[in-house]
Design a protein around this ligand. Structure first.
Ligand code: AMP
Length: 403
């Protein structure tokens, strides 16, 4: 079964083509700067000897339809497929699925209308996803299309945990609640972690920490999300590259009153100018580590704040779960930064969490354990693969359709 995974952004489309029988990537790539003059399209095809065949096209790509047409041409020219219509399915990443999508769904008119209706909750993401879906249906009308939502995995969070303590009518009328994001990643690494430890996912309790440029923590009980750090939008929770995470909302009111900032300006401040970048001027953890090494006090402060916030979430989710089988680190920072892992888990022996610093300094491309033999809670590093999870869920729905 061949499945194409598409992640359409406002000016880009990322894609991966999977052969699900061997669970391997046949090709992947990106179309970037759509709508600009310096647009480009890339394809990368793994070869038998472990090397990659790559090809790049630089030409104006006016819209998503042109972008997908170029992806189709690149796949055909490279001999991976003869036609997009020969695919068994196309899986689309959608950030915001609201309350109605508790799992992935086959695309029909209702699904498209819902994604459109939810644009006000995800104005930066859902319009581009919808555009990607529409052009994909046009190009491959006979191929089943599936949407996989970042929010669905968190639909099991109980009401007392997903509600904000503001007047109830904002929940009932405007659907303001914690939706959570990164759900595909949290679910994928939880499954992989359970498999690695020989546990059944249905009885597995874990705290999953997706630490990338965006970052979130999730409490997973019996394989289901029971709380997560991101909220109505991805702004809540952990300190991120450019987002402030948890903050007293009055800080924003105060800035508005003092400096005359309007809502749009506050939005930019909290989402794009805050977090690690706001404290030390850089949002790339590799650069921040270099700055810390060279004695930059602000970088050290930003890192200490990041680790402290993370530790608080590990502690609070330990309380939420009661029994924790495993803490899982993933994402660009979680998978690669041993210092963040060691420092955020430091002095947590009373919670049963004890890191082995030697094991923690290793790096593998598959799941590995970094906790001591005595650690009651296993601590794992699990590389995430959201695209593969989208392909798996797409395959599951298509097989259901065939029955
Ligand atoms: P992601 O959004 O998952 O791609 O992760 C991006 C973040 O991961 C950035 O802050 C990168 O600096 C960080 N990152 C990637 N590689 C490393 C590394 N080797 N060590 C520390 N941070 C890393």
């Amino acid at each position: 079964m061949k499945i194409l995974v598409l992640n359409a952004g406002s000016s880009s489309i990322k894609y991966q083509l999977y052969d699900m029988a061997s669970v391997c990537v046949l090709a992947n790539g990106i179309v970037e700067q759509i709508g600009e003059t310096d647009s480009q399209a890339k394809i990368k095809i793994p070869q038998k000897d472990g090397a990659y065949f790559t090809k790049e096209r630089r030409e104006p790509i006016a819209c998503h339809a042109d972008g997908l047409a170029i992806i189709s041409e690149l796949l055909k020219e490279s001999g991976v497929i003869k036609d997009l219509n020969e695919l068994d399915g196309i899986g689309h990443r959608v950030v915001q699925g609201g309350s109605n999508f508790k799992e992935s769904a086959l695309v029909d008119e209702y699904v498209q209308n819902e994604i459109e209706r939810l644009i006000s909750l995800a104005p930066l993401h859902n319009p581009a996803h919808l555009e990607g879906i529409k052009v994909s249906i046009k190009q491959s009308p006979n191929v089943p299309q599936v949407v996989v939502f970042d929010t669905s995995f968190h639909s099991t969070i109980p009401q007392y945990a997903h509600m904000y303590a503001i007047p109830y009518k904002f929940y009932s009328e405007l659907k303001i609640k914690k939706y959570g994001f990164h759900g595909t990643s949290h679910y994928f690494v939880a499954k992989e972690g359970a498999k690695f430890l020989g546990c059944e996912i249905d009885s597995f309790n874990a705290i999953t920490l997706h630490l990338g440029n965006g970052a979130s923590a999730t409490a997973i009980k019996n394989g289901k999300s029971v709380d997560t750090s991101m909220g109505l939008t991805p702004l809540e929770g952990l300190i991120m590259g450019t987002r402030c995470g948890d903050i007293d909302p009055a800080v924003l009111f105060y800035i508005a009153r003092k400096l005359g900032y309007d809502v749009a300006r506050l939005d930019t401040l909290a989402n794009k100018e805050s977090g690690l970048k706001g404290i030390c001027g850089n949002n790339d953890m590799r650069e921040i580590n270099k700055m810390v090494e060279s004695g930059d006090e602000r970088a050290k402060l930003a890192l200490d704040m990041f680790n402290y916030r993370l530790k608080k979430y590990i502690g609070s989710y330990s309380a939420v779960l009661g029994r924790v089988d495993c803490v899982i680190f993933t994402g660009g920072i979680g998978e690669n930064d041993a210092n963040v892992r060691a420092n955020s888990c430091k002095d947590l022996e009373n919670l049963g969490i004890e890191i082995d610093l030697d094991k923690n300094s290793q790096r593998y491309s598959t799941p590995f354990c970094i906790s001591t033999e005595n650690s009651k809670v296993k601590v794992l590093v699990v590389p995430t693969n959201e695209e593969l999870e989208i392909a798996i869920q797409t395959q599951r729905l298509i097989e259901k359709l065939k029955k």
